[in-house]
Design a protein around this ligand. Structure first.
Ligand code: GTP
Ligand code: MG
Length: 202
């Protein structure tokens, strides 16, 4: 399962540069190096569309992509800068939070935030805070446990259930791997459900 098409639209480092809100949006957030850009590339089926890196903290901008999903009309995917990377200078970290909060709090077309959690690391304070904030601004979270391939098969489901408990979720998060495409079908299904959730009945 992959997108029919996907192309880069624009990068922005401040709200005044965000593109006009013309399409429903799904954004991707998580700790630096958790695999946001890799997940986005795997979902759309275009390797190298969102920049991936072994150097954590590289994506410091919000990056918009126009995506035509496997079924239904076009949407925007937004790759958000990673948080919580200790070696990034402090003033830069301080500038991320208001930027991301203004995006998540003000973006009327935002239909859901895919929150990535590393399978081996689990959820920590940052993820709990992010989910509380999403609840306040009424943006539904889609929690995904990434890098599932790094755990043996029999440890994956337990890791997802642990994250469910850590974050107090109603159901287990989606297990995902950019390496073997595990989780791609359930994640697409969840994204399409969120994008179409408030479409008027025909
Ligand atoms: P920043 O933009 O810097 O915050 O990072 P990011 O969250 O976009 O992570 P990125 O996709 O750049 O991936 C970081 C590293 O993890 C890269 O070396 C990827 O190859 C690796 N990686 C990402 N997803 C997976 C996965 O599912 N499995 C494995 N084994 N490695 C992965
Ligand atoms: Mg990235």
């Amino acid at each position: 399962m992959k997108a029919k098409s996907a192309e880069f639209v624009i990068s922005a480092a401040e709200p005044s540069r965000f593109p006009r809100a013309t399409l429903p949006e799904i954004a991707f957030a998580g700790r630096s190096n958790v695999g946001k850009s890799s997940l986005l590339n795997t979902l759309v089926g275009v390797s190298g569309l969102a920049r991936t890196s072994r150097t954590p903290g590289r994506t410091r901008l919000l990056n918009w992509f126009r995506v035509v999903p496997p079924r239904g009309p076009a949407m925007h995917f937004v790759d958000l800068p990673g948080y919580g990377y200790a070696r990034v200078p402090h003033d830069m970290r301080a500038s991320w939070r208001p930027l991301i909060e203004s995006y998540l709090g003000d973006r009327q077309v935002l239909r859901g935030l895919v929150v990535l959690v590393d399978a081996r690391r689990g959820a920590e304070d940052e993820e709990r805070e992010l989910l509380e904030w999403l609840h306040e601004v009424k943006v539904p979270p889609l929690v995904v446990v990434t890098k599932a391939d790094k755990l043996p098969k029999n440890k994956r489901k337990p890791a997802a259930i642990l994250v469910q408990r850590e974050l107090g979720l109603d159901r287990a998060p989606i297990l995902f791997s950019a390496l073997d495409s595990e989780g791609i079908v359930p994640l697409w299904r969840a994204i399409l459900q969120h994008v179409n959730a408030d479409e008027p009945e025909p």
